[in-house]
Design a protein around this ligand. Structure first.
Ligand SMILES: Cc1ncc(COP(=O)(O)O)c(C=O)c1O
Length: 451
Protein backbone atom coordinates (compact mmCIF):
# COMPACT_ATOMS: atom_id res chain seq x y z
CA UNK A 1 0.00 0.00 0.00
CA UNK A 2 1.40 3.42 -0.92
CA UNK A 3 1.10 6.70 0.91
CA UNK A 4 -1.15 8.95 -1.21
CA UNK A 5 0.52 12.23 -0.31
CA UNK A 6 3.96 10.80 -0.98
CA UNK A 7 3.88 7.84 -3.35
CA UNK A 8 7.55 7.12 -2.61
CA UNK A 9 6.78 6.14 0.99
CA UNK A 10 5.53 2.61 1.46
CA UNK A 11 3.30 2.17 4.52
CA UNK A 12 4.30 -1.05 6.25
CA UNK A 13 1.94 -3.16 8.32
CA UNK A 14 1.45 -1.75 11.86
CA UNK A 15 3.22 -4.68 13.49
CA UNK A 16 6.42 -3.86 11.60
CA UNK A 17 6.56 -0.20 12.59
CA UNK A 18 5.50 -0.29 16.19
CA UNK A 19 8.84 0.74 17.64
CA UNK A 20 8.86 3.84 15.44
CA UNK A 21 5.11 4.19 15.16
CA UNK A 22 3.53 7.47 14.07
CA UNK A 23 1.06 7.24 16.95
CA UNK A 24 1.83 9.46 19.97
CA UNK A 25 0.00 7.47 22.60
CA UNK A 26 -1.95 9.44 25.23
CA UNK A 27 -0.96 9.08 28.91
CA UNK A 28 1.45 6.29 27.98
CA UNK A 29 5.09 5.36 28.21
CA UNK A 30 5.42 5.40 24.43
CA UNK A 31 8.96 4.04 24.13
CA UNK A 32 8.50 1.34 26.74
CA UNK A 33 5.15 0.26 25.28
CA UNK A 34 6.25 0.20 21.66
CA UNK A 35 9.13 -2.14 22.52
CA UNK A 36 6.82 -4.61 24.27
CA UNK A 37 3.25 -3.80 23.24
CA UNK A 38 0.13 -5.12 24.90
CA UNK A 39 -2.48 -5.20 22.15
CA UNK A 40 -6.21 -5.79 22.30
CA UNK A 41 -8.05 -7.14 19.26
CA UNK A 42 -11.61 -7.64 20.44
CA UNK A 43 -13.85 -7.69 23.49
CA UNK A 44 -17.00 -9.32 24.74
CA UNK A 45 -18.81 -9.01 28.07
CA UNK A 46 -16.24 -9.09 30.91
CA UNK A 47 -13.28 -9.91 28.69
CA UNK A 48 -10.72 -8.50 26.30
CA UNK A 49 -8.92 -10.75 23.78
CA UNK A 50 -5.42 -10.20 22.41
CA UNK A 51 -4.64 -10.70 18.70
CA UNK A 52 -3.16 -14.08 19.73
CA UNK A 53 -6.47 -15.02 21.34
CA UNK A 54 -5.45 -14.70 25.00
CA UNK A 55 -8.41 -13.80 27.23
CA UNK A 56 -8.10 -11.00 29.80
CA UNK A 57 -10.66 -10.15 32.42
CA UNK A 58 -11.32 -6.41 32.27
CA UNK A 59 -10.52 -5.22 35.79
CA UNK A 60 -11.03 -1.50 35.19
CA UNK A 61 -13.89 -1.34 32.63
CA UNK A 62 -11.48 -0.10 29.98
CA UNK A 63 -10.87 3.34 31.46
CA UNK A 64 -13.71 3.20 34.01
CA UNK A 65 -16.22 3.52 31.19
CA UNK A 66 -17.58 0.19 29.92
CA UNK A 67 -20.06 -0.16 32.75
CA UNK A 68 -22.38 -2.65 31.01
CA UNK A 69 -19.55 -4.81 29.68
CA UNK A 70 -18.21 -5.01 26.15
CA UNK A 71 -19.97 -5.19 22.78
CA UNK A 72 -23.46 -5.39 24.24
CA UNK A 73 -25.81 -6.49 21.44
CA UNK A 74 -28.51 -3.88 21.98
CA UNK A 75 -26.03 -1.01 21.90
CA UNK A 76 -24.21 -2.43 18.88
CA UNK A 77 -27.49 -2.81 16.97
CA UNK A 78 -28.66 0.71 17.86
CA UNK A 79 -25.44 2.28 16.61
CA UNK A 80 -25.44 0.18 13.45
CA UNK A 81 -29.01 1.22 12.68
CA UNK A 82 -28.42 4.87 13.47
CA UNK A 83 -25.34 5.25 11.30
CA UNK A 84 -27.36 4.13 8.30
CA UNK A 85 -30.36 6.35 9.18
CA UNK A 86 -29.04 9.75 10.25
CA UNK A 87 -25.25 9.91 10.40
CA UNK A 88 -25.08 13.53 11.50
CA UNK A 89 -27.27 16.50 12.02
CA UNK A 90 -26.33 19.74 13.77
CA UNK A 91 -27.88 20.67 17.08
CA UNK A 92 -27.12 24.37 16.51
CA UNK A 93 -30.46 25.91 15.48
CA UNK A 94 -31.60 22.46 14.32
CA UNK A 95 -32.60 19.30 16.11
CA UNK A 96 -33.08 15.59 15.67
CA UNK A 97 -35.56 13.59 17.74
CA UNK A 98 -33.04 11.35 19.49
CA UNK A 99 -31.23 14.15 21.26
CA UNK A 100 -34.45 15.41 22.85
CA UNK A 101 -35.50 11.85 23.73
CA UNK A 102 -32.12 11.13 25.31
CA UNK A 103 -32.20 14.34 27.35
CA UNK A 104 -35.60 13.35 28.79
CA UNK A 105 -34.37 9.85 29.60
CA UNK A 106 -31.42 11.36 31.43
CA UNK A 107 -33.58 13.85 33.30
CA UNK A 108 -35.55 10.91 34.72
CA UNK A 109 -32.35 9.43 36.20
CA UNK A 110 -30.60 12.59 37.36
CA UNK A 111 -30.69 13.77 40.97
CA UNK A 112 -33.87 15.69 41.72
CA UNK A 113 -33.69 19.24 40.46
CA UNK A 114 -30.77 18.64 38.07
CA UNK A 115 -32.95 17.96 35.08
CA UNK A 116 -31.33 20.14 32.44
CA UNK A 117 -28.53 18.74 30.33
CA UNK A 118 -25.88 20.04 27.93
CA UNK A 119 -24.14 17.51 25.66
CA UNK A 120 -20.39 17.30 25.07
CA UNK A 121 -18.09 14.60 23.68
CA UNK A 122 -15.92 13.75 26.66
CA UNK A 123 -15.33 14.23 30.34
CA UNK A 124 -12.79 16.96 29.66
CA UNK A 125 -15.30 18.90 27.60
CA UNK A 126 -17.94 18.40 30.28
CA UNK A 127 -15.62 19.91 32.88
CA UNK A 128 -14.69 22.94 30.82
CA UNK A 129 -18.37 23.40 29.94
CA UNK A 130 -19.40 23.27 33.60
CA UNK A 131 -16.74 25.80 34.60
CA UNK A 132 -17.90 28.17 31.86
CA UNK A 133 -21.55 27.70 32.83
CA UNK A 134 -20.72 28.52 36.44
CA UNK A 135 -19.05 31.81 35.54
CA UNK A 136 -21.81 32.69 33.06
CA UNK A 137 -24.50 31.87 35.64
CA UNK A 138 -23.15 34.38 38.14
CA UNK A 139 -22.77 37.00 35.44
CA UNK A 140 -26.34 36.43 34.24
CA UNK A 141 -27.50 37.12 37.81
CA UNK A 142 -25.51 40.33 38.12
CA UNK A 143 -22.50 38.86 39.98
CA UNK A 144 -20.00 39.08 37.15
CA UNK A 145 -17.12 39.46 39.61
CA UNK A 146 -17.47 35.81 40.65
CA UNK A 147 -14.85 34.35 38.33
CA UNK A 148 -12.58 32.30 40.58
CA UNK A 149 -12.64 28.51 40.24
CA UNK A 150 -11.59 26.25 43.07
CA UNK A 151 -10.35 22.71 42.54
CA UNK A 152 -8.72 20.26 44.93
CA UNK A 153 -5.23 18.87 45.20
CA UNK A 154 -4.97 15.45 43.53
CA UNK A 155 -8.20 16.07 41.60
CA UNK A 156 -8.47 14.94 37.99
CA UNK A 157 -10.79 16.86 35.72
CA UNK A 158 -9.57 15.90 32.28
CA UNK A 159 -7.04 17.54 30.07
CA UNK A 160 -8.50 20.73 28.61
CA UNK A 161 -7.27 24.08 29.88
CA UNK A 162 -9.94 24.61 32.51
CA UNK A 163 -9.87 21.02 33.72
CA UNK A 164 -6.07 20.96 33.87
CA UNK A 165 -6.09 24.22 35.83
CA UNK A 166 -8.58 23.07 38.47
CA UNK A 167 -6.97 19.61 38.47
CA UNK A 168 -4.47 18.85 41.18
CA UNK A 169 -2.12 16.18 39.84
CA UNK A 170 1.26 17.81 39.39
CA UNK A 171 2.44 15.56 36.58
CA UNK A 172 -0.56 16.60 34.49
CA UNK A 173 -0.01 20.33 35.12
CA UNK A 174 3.67 21.14 35.15
CA UNK A 175 4.33 20.97 31.39
CA UNK A 176 1.55 23.30 30.42
CA UNK A 177 2.42 26.74 31.68
CA UNK A 178 0.23 29.08 33.66
CA UNK A 179 -3.05 27.40 32.56
CA UNK A 180 -6.12 29.44 33.60
CA UNK A 181 -5.75 32.34 36.00
CA UNK A 182 -7.92 32.86 39.06
CA UNK A 183 -7.77 29.23 40.14
CA UNK A 184 -6.98 27.91 43.61
CA UNK A 185 -7.11 24.52 45.30
CA UNK A 186 -8.33 23.11 48.58
CA UNK A 187 -6.41 20.31 50.26
CA UNK A 188 -6.90 16.71 49.27
CA UNK A 189 -8.46 14.24 51.67
CA UNK A 190 -5.88 11.46 51.64
CA UNK A 191 -4.72 10.61 55.16
CA UNK A 192 -3.12 7.19 55.37
CA UNK A 193 -1.84 7.80 58.88
CA UNK A 194 -5.41 7.91 60.20
CA UNK A 195 -7.40 6.05 57.55
CA UNK A 196 -5.30 3.20 56.11
CA UNK A 197 -7.27 0.04 55.27
CA UNK A 198 -10.63 1.77 55.67
CA UNK A 199 -13.63 -0.16 54.43
CA UNK A 200 -15.81 2.31 52.55
CA UNK A 201 -15.78 5.95 53.65
CA UNK A 202 -12.94 6.71 56.08
CA UNK A 203 -13.76 7.96 59.58
CA UNK A 204 -11.35 10.88 59.66
CA UNK A 205 -11.16 14.06 57.64
CA UNK A 206 -14.57 15.75 57.36
CA UNK A 207 -12.90 18.89 58.69
CA UNK A 208 -10.73 19.08 55.55
CA UNK A 209 -13.77 20.63 53.84
CA UNK A 210 -13.15 23.69 56.03
CA UNK A 211 -10.14 24.41 53.85
CA UNK A 212 -12.66 26.09 51.55
CA UNK A 213 -13.24 28.65 54.31
CA UNK A 214 -9.50 29.40 54.19
CA UNK A 215 -9.78 30.25 50.48
CA UNK A 216 -12.93 32.28 51.10
CA UNK A 217 -10.94 34.20 53.71
CA UNK A 218 -8.12 34.76 51.22
CA UNK A 219 -10.10 35.67 48.08
CA UNK A 220 -13.50 36.69 49.49
CA UNK A 221 -16.57 34.65 48.56
CA UNK A 222 -17.79 37.39 46.23
CA UNK A 223 -14.98 36.49 43.78
CA UNK A 224 -15.57 32.72 43.76
CA UNK A 225 -17.81 31.15 41.10
CA UNK A 226 -17.53 27.44 41.83
CA UNK A 227 -15.80 24.58 43.55
CA UNK A 228 -15.26 21.36 41.61
CA UNK A 229 -14.48 17.99 43.18
CA UNK A 230 -14.84 14.35 42.28
CA UNK A 231 -17.07 12.70 44.90
CA UNK A 232 -14.50 9.86 44.81
CA UNK A 233 -11.19 10.99 43.30
CA UNK A 234 -10.42 8.00 41.12
CA UNK A 235 -7.65 8.77 38.64
CA UNK A 236 -5.29 9.91 41.40
CA UNK A 237 -5.47 6.48 43.00
CA UNK A 238 -8.97 6.26 44.54
CA UNK A 239 -9.47 8.70 47.41
CA UNK A 240 -12.78 7.98 49.09
CA UNK A 241 -14.39 11.02 50.78
CA UNK A 242 -14.26 10.91 54.59
CA UNK A 243 -17.62 10.60 56.33
CA UNK A 244 -19.33 13.99 56.45
CA UNK A 245 -16.86 15.69 54.11
CA UNK A 246 -19.13 16.19 51.10
CA UNK A 247 -22.00 17.38 53.31
CA UNK A 248 -19.70 19.96 54.87
CA UNK A 249 -18.45 21.17 51.49
CA UNK A 250 -22.09 21.58 50.36
CA UNK A 251 -22.91 23.61 53.48
CA UNK A 252 -19.94 25.95 53.01
CA UNK A 253 -20.84 26.52 49.35
CA UNK A 254 -24.44 27.31 50.35
CA UNK A 255 -23.27 29.72 53.01
CA UNK A 256 -21.23 31.71 50.50
CA UNK A 257 -23.32 31.42 47.31
CA UNK A 258 -20.63 29.30 45.61
CA UNK A 259 -21.73 26.71 43.05
CA UNK A 260 -20.74 23.14 43.84
CA UNK A 261 -19.77 20.99 40.84
CA UNK A 262 -19.42 17.24 41.25
CA UNK A 263 -17.26 15.69 38.56
CA UNK A 264 -19.03 12.36 38.16
CA UNK A 265 -17.30 11.22 35.00
CA UNK A 266 -16.51 7.99 36.86
CA UNK A 267 -18.93 7.90 39.80
CA UNK A 268 -22.08 8.16 37.65
CA UNK A 269 -23.79 5.24 35.88
CA UNK A 270 -24.04 2.82 38.75
CA UNK A 271 -20.42 2.61 39.90
CA UNK A 272 -21.49 3.17 43.53
CA UNK A 273 -24.88 1.44 43.32
CA UNK A 274 -26.96 4.47 42.34
CA UNK A 275 -27.27 6.14 38.94
CA UNK A 276 -25.16 9.05 40.24
CA UNK A 277 -22.65 9.21 43.07
CA UNK A 278 -24.41 12.25 44.48
CA UNK A 279 -27.50 10.08 45.03
CA UNK A 280 -25.36 7.51 46.81
CA UNK A 281 -23.83 10.13 49.12
CA UNK A 282 -27.11 12.04 49.53
CA UNK A 283 -25.40 15.33 48.65
CA UNK A 284 -26.77 17.31 45.71
CA UNK A 285 -24.43 19.61 43.79
CA UNK A 286 -25.48 22.44 41.47
CA UNK A 287 -23.86 20.94 38.40
CA UNK A 288 -22.70 17.43 37.53
CA UNK A 289 -20.21 16.52 34.85
CA UNK A 290 -20.56 13.09 33.26
CA UNK A 291 -19.21 11.07 30.30
CA UNK A 292 -17.79 7.54 29.91
CA UNK A 293 -20.62 5.16 30.94
CA UNK A 294 -23.25 7.49 29.47
CA UNK A 295 -22.87 5.53 26.21
CA UNK A 296 -21.06 2.56 27.73
CA UNK A 297 -18.06 4.10 25.93
CA UNK A 298 -19.28 2.84 22.56
CA UNK A 299 -19.47 6.34 21.05
CA UNK A 300 -17.73 9.28 22.74
CA UNK A 301 -20.13 11.50 24.65
CA UNK A 302 -20.29 13.64 27.76
CA UNK A 303 -22.96 15.67 29.51
CA UNK A 304 -23.33 18.45 32.05
CA UNK A 305 -26.37 18.29 34.29
CA UNK A 306 -27.46 21.54 35.88
CA UNK A 307 -30.05 22.71 38.35
CA UNK A 308 -33.18 24.21 36.83
CA UNK A 309 -32.20 27.51 38.46
CA UNK A 310 -28.93 27.54 36.51
CA UNK A 311 -30.73 26.82 33.23
CA UNK A 312 -33.36 29.43 33.96
CA UNK A 313 -30.78 32.12 34.70
CA UNK A 314 -29.81 31.95 31.03
CA UNK A 315 -33.39 32.11 29.68
CA UNK A 316 -33.91 35.78 30.31
CA UNK A 317 -32.83 37.89 27.30
CA UNK A 318 -34.77 38.49 24.09
CA UNK A 319 -36.17 35.29 22.58
CA UNK A 320 -34.27 35.89 19.36
CA UNK A 321 -30.89 35.70 21.07
CA UNK A 322 -28.53 32.77 21.63
CA UNK A 323 -28.78 32.07 25.35
CA UNK A 324 -25.67 29.90 25.60
CA UNK A 325 -22.90 30.77 23.14
CA UNK A 326 -21.13 27.48 23.76
CA UNK A 327 -21.32 24.07 22.10
CA UNK A 328 -19.44 21.48 20.10
CA UNK A 329 -20.07 20.45 16.50
CA UNK A 330 -20.84 17.02 17.89
CA UNK A 331 -22.94 18.05 20.92
CA UNK A 332 -25.80 15.54 20.87
CA UNK A 333 -24.37 13.54 17.94
CA UNK A 334 -27.01 11.11 16.62
CA UNK A 335 -24.75 8.05 17.01
CA UNK A 336 -23.92 8.97 20.59
CA UNK A 337 -27.60 9.52 21.39
CA UNK A 338 -28.53 6.15 19.85
CA UNK A 339 -25.76 4.48 21.85
CA UNK A 340 -26.82 6.35 24.99
CA UNK A 341 -30.49 5.37 24.76
CA UNK A 342 -29.58 1.73 24.14
CA UNK A 343 -27.14 1.92 27.06
CA UNK A 344 -29.85 3.22 29.41
CA UNK A 345 -32.14 0.41 28.16
CA UNK A 346 -29.43 -2.15 28.90
CA UNK A 347 -28.80 -0.65 32.34
CA UNK A 348 -32.54 -0.74 33.09
CA UNK A 349 -33.23 -4.25 31.76
CA UNK A 350 -30.38 -5.73 33.78
CA UNK A 351 -30.75 -3.53 36.86
CA UNK A 352 -27.13 -2.46 36.48
CA UNK A 353 -27.44 1.02 37.98
CA UNK A 354 -28.24 -0.47 41.38
CA UNK A 355 -26.59 -3.89 41.05
CA UNK A 356 -23.46 -2.80 42.91
CA UNK A 357 -25.54 -2.74 46.09
CA UNK A 358 -25.63 -6.56 45.93
CA UNK A 359 -21.95 -6.98 45.08
CA UNK A 360 -20.29 -4.29 47.20
CA UNK A 361 -19.81 -6.33 50.37
CA UNK A 362 -18.39 -9.35 48.57
CA UNK A 363 -16.13 -7.06 46.55
CA UNK A 364 -14.95 -5.23 49.67
CA UNK A 365 -14.05 -8.43 51.52
CA UNK A 366 -12.16 -9.84 48.52
CA UNK A 367 -10.20 -6.59 48.17
CA UNK A 368 -9.27 -6.39 51.86
CA UNK A 369 -8.23 -10.05 51.87
CA UNK A 370 -5.09 -8.87 50.02
CA UNK A 371 -3.89 -7.15 53.20
CA UNK A 372 -0.60 -8.67 54.35
CA UNK A 373 0.71 -9.45 50.86
CA UNK A 374 4.21 -8.07 50.20
CA UNK A 375 4.42 -4.28 49.68
CA UNK A 376 0.69 -3.63 50.20
CA UNK A 377 0.52 -0.43 52.28
CA UNK A 378 -3.18 0.41 51.92
CA UNK A 379 -6.43 -0.94 50.54
CA UNK A 380 -9.40 1.34 49.91
CA UNK A 381 -12.82 0.61 48.45
CA UNK A 382 -16.27 1.96 47.77
CA UNK A 383 -19.04 0.67 45.54
CA UNK A 384 -17.42 -1.43 42.81
CA UNK A 385 -14.08 0.34 43.14
CA UNK A 386 -10.99 -0.87 44.95
CA UNK A 387 -7.47 0.48 45.24
CA UNK A 388 -4.44 -1.46 46.38
CA UNK A 389 -1.58 0.88 47.17
CA UNK A 390 1.95 -0.50 47.01
CA UNK A 391 5.14 0.78 48.58
CA UNK A 392 7.35 2.43 45.98
CA UNK A 393 10.77 0.96 45.23
CA UNK A 394 13.58 2.95 46.80
CA UNK A 395 15.60 4.77 44.14
CA UNK A 396 13.09 4.03 41.36
CA UNK A 397 10.47 6.36 39.87
CA UNK A 398 7.07 6.36 41.57
CA UNK A 399 4.87 3.77 39.91
CA UNK A 400 7.57 1.33 38.86
CA UNK A 401 6.25 -1.48 41.08
CA UNK A 402 2.63 -0.95 40.03
CA UNK A 403 3.65 -0.84 36.37
CA UNK A 404 5.25 -4.25 36.80
CA UNK A 405 2.03 -5.45 38.41
CA UNK A 406 0.06 -4.23 35.39
CA UNK A 407 2.42 -5.99 32.97
CA UNK A 408 2.48 -9.23 34.94
CA UNK A 409 -1.31 -9.22 35.32
CA UNK A 410 -1.64 -8.88 31.55
CA UNK A 411 0.47 -12.00 31.16
CA UNK A 412 -1.73 -13.86 33.64
CA UNK A 413 -5.05 -12.87 32.06
CA UNK A 414 -6.19 -9.59 33.65
CA UNK A 415 -6.22 -6.01 32.52
CA UNK A 416 -5.75 -3.78 35.57
CA UNK A 417 -5.19 -0.04 35.54
CA UNK A 418 -2.51 1.51 37.71
CA UNK A 419 -1.99 5.13 38.83
CA UNK A 420 1.31 5.88 40.53
CA UNK A 421 1.77 2.97 42.95
CA UNK A 422 -1.95 2.23 43.12
CA UNK A 423 -3.72 -0.65 41.41
CA UNK A 424 -7.22 0.65 40.67
CA UNK A 425 -9.94 -1.91 40.08
CA UNK A 426 -13.43 -1.05 38.79
CA UNK A 427 -14.77 -3.83 36.59
CA UNK A 428 -17.94 -3.74 34.48
CA UNK A 429 -21.09 -3.85 36.61
CA UNK A 430 -22.11 -7.18 35.02
CA UNK A 431 -19.33 -8.99 36.88
CA UNK A 432 -20.31 -12.24 38.62
CA UNK A 433 -18.90 -13.35 41.97
CA UNK A 434 -16.82 -16.09 40.28
CA UNK A 435 -15.26 -13.42 38.08
CA UNK A 436 -14.53 -11.23 41.11
CA UNK A 437 -12.68 -14.28 42.47
CA UNK A 438 -10.85 -14.70 39.15
CA UNK A 439 -9.74 -11.06 39.12
CA UNK A 440 -8.53 -10.99 42.72
CA UNK A 441 -6.76 -14.34 42.33
CA UNK A 442 -4.69 -12.90 39.50
CA UNK A 443 -3.92 -9.77 41.54
CA UNK A 444 -2.96 -11.99 44.50
CA UNK A 445 -0.66 -14.12 42.33
CA UNK A 446 0.97 -11.02 40.87
CA UNK A 447 1.51 -9.37 44.25
CA UNK A 448 2.84 -12.59 45.77
CA UNK A 449 5.65 -12.82 43.24
CA UNK A 450 6.37 -9.11 42.68
CA UNK A 451 9.69 -7.88 44.07
C1 LIG B 1 -13.33 12.68 37.12
C2 LIG B 1 -12.91 12.82 35.69
N1 LIG B 1 -13.14 13.95 35.04
C3 LIG B 1 -12.81 14.10 33.75
C4 LIG B 1 -12.22 13.09 33.06
C5 LIG B 1 -11.83 13.29 31.62
O1 LIG B 1 -12.65 12.55 30.78
P1 LIG B 1 -12.21 12.32 29.26
O2 LIG B 1 -10.98 11.48 29.29
O3 LIG B 1 -13.41 11.65 28.66
O4 LIG B 1 -11.96 13.65 28.66
C6 LIG B 1 -11.96 11.88 33.69
C7 LIG B 1 -11.32 10.76 32.98
O5 LIG B 1 -10.92 9.78 33.53
C8 LIG B 1 -12.31 11.74 35.05
O6 LIG B 1 -12.07 10.62 35.72
Amino acid sequence: MNDRANPQVAVPAPSQVLEDSAFLMPFSMNRQFKKAPRMIARAEGMYYYTPEGQRLIDGTSGLWCVNAGHCRPKIVAAVQKQVATLDFSPTFQLGHPLVFEFAERLRALAPKGLGRVFFTNSGSESVDTALKLAIAYHRARGEGQRIRLIGRERGYHGVNFGGTAVGGIVGNRKLFGALVTGVDHIRHTHDMARNAFSRGQPEHGAELADDLERLVGLHDASTIAAVIVEPVACSTGVLVPPKGYLERLRAICDKHGILLIFDEVITAWGRLGQPFGSQYFGVTPDLITAAKGITNATVPMGAVFMKDSVYEAFMTGPERSVEMPHGYTYSGHPLACAAGIATLDTYAEEGLLTRVGELAHYWQEKAHALKGLPNVVDIRNIGLIAAIELASRPGEPLGSRALDAHIRAFGKGAYIRVAGEVIALAPPLIIEKAQIDELFQIVRDVLSELA
